[in-house]
Design a protein around this ligand. Structure first.
Ligand code: NAP
Length: 351
């Protein structure tokens, strides 16, 4: 058994090679072999040594791949281990709040074992046989919480309203749509493949869904699904989709700007211009960007409510699980080509 405290073991790692331009590629990261780690939390360090089980691939990580220090999150250091959300098991601890065997979610390294200090959004995971551990970086982790906070706090939904979600089958979008359905809304999602459209309609309970890659005229597509207009747009993609949505918003509609993945890595001169912004004036549309981290006071309530909904079978969650730390770079790059079907997770170890 590897996890004997004090033992020195091999520690495979995924390294961020250096700052990039454009859309991320698998080759922006590389596997490093030969690194050793002592499975120990040094006395007096308040640190804890963990075994990483599941790692999360998230679009925001692209933000950390550029040499820009004025963002809400600092850039990765070139030639250092990639950082991200994960679920991990404590092996040794000098932290009074954690003991060996605890399962925790929070920020960690893309490696087999990590020596961590109190990290952001660190949470103990209570053992629950009905909820897979990996869900604590998906449905019950940052992406799920983004859907919950964005939908209830930013969209201010009312029953019977008409809701449109882009990147609807992804980690965030799939929960937004399901929460909107439970709230009594009419919900349409867009996604980038017919397989995803089928899942939205037949597994996730959306009223309608369409493949935006097969729609030559997005304005016409939206008019077909929303003949009376859109009350709420949960924005995940930006670009031409946002421009078409702007033409279809109803009076007093709300646009919650969660992200704009289509604009990721596009340099300022190439960024796609939005032409229809003026339409928010006569329609009195409210458009608001938000960060899930502004709403963390709601996290406990979120886990309780969404965990219960899942256990009662009222919501479901699609996960795309890649096996092995080595699969991380390709899985991450796949977010930007739509390869992932559901929440993209890397399984490093199941226990
Ligand atoms: P995700 O949807 O699971 O994965 C990204 C998806 O984006 C892909 O599967 C792909 O789906 C779509 N996509 C990629 N390139 C695209 C393009 N050029 N045009 C249109 N769609 C494209 O990712 P997620 O974790 O749920 O994140 C969704 C959005 O929420 C992102 O914009 C992310 O940055 C944002 N976010 C914001 C917060 C916050 O606090 N504000 C927190 C978490 C996430 P298709 O096959 O459908 O194209």
């Amino acid at each position: 058994m590897d996890e004997v405290v004090g033992k020195i073991v091999d520690n495979k790692q995924i390294i961020f090679k250096g700052y990039i331009e454009g859309v991320p590629k698998e080759s922006d990261m590389e596997l490093r072999l030969g690194n050793k780690i002592k499975l120990e939390a040094p006395k007096g360090s308040a640190a804890f040594l963990v075994k990483n089980l599941y790692l999360s691939c998230d679009p925001y990580m692209r933000t950390r791949m550029r040499d820009f220090h004025a963002s809400y999150i600092p850039p990765f250091l070139p030639a250092s281990v990639v950082q991200g959300f994960g679920v991990f098991k404590v092996i040794d601890s000098d932290n009074p709040n954690l003991k060996p065997g605890d399962i925790v979610s929070g920020f960690t390294g893309w490696e087999e074992y990590s020596l961590l200090h109190d990290t952001e959004q660190l949470r103990k995971v209570e053992a629950d046989n009905d909820i897979p551990l990996s869900y604590y970086i998906g449905l019950l982790g940052m992406p799920g919480f983004t859907a919950y906070a964005g939908f209830y706090e930013v969209c201010a939904p009312k029953r019977n309203e008409r809701v449109f979600v882009s990147a609807a089958s992804g980690a965030v979008g799939q929960l937004v749509g399901q929460l909107a359905k439970l709230h009594g809304c009419y919900v349409v999602g867009s996604a980038g493949s017919n397989q995803k459209v089928d899942l939205l309609k037949n597994k996730l309970g959306f009223d309608e869904a369409f493949n935006y890659k097969e729609e030559p005229d997005l304005d016409a597509a939206l008019k077909k699904y929303f003949p009376e207009g859109i009350d709420i747009y949960f924005e995940n993609v930006g670009g031409s989709m946002l421009d078409a949505v702007l033409l279809n918003m109803r009076i007093h509609g709300r646009i919650a700007v969660c992200g704009m993945v289509s604009q990721t890595g596009i340099g300022a001169p190439d960024q796609q211009g939005i032409r229809n912004l003026l339409s928010i004036v006569p329609k009195r549309v409210k458009m608001q960007g938000f960060l899930q981290s502004d709403y963390l006071h709601l996290f406990g309530r979120f886990v309780e409510e969404v965990g219960s909904l899942y256990k009662e079978g009222k919501i479901t969650y699609l996960e795309d699980m890649n096996e092995g730390l080595e699969s991380g770079p390709a899985a991450f790059a796949g977010l930007f080509t739509g390869k992932n079907v559901g929440k993209q997770v890397i399984c490093v170890s199941r226990a």
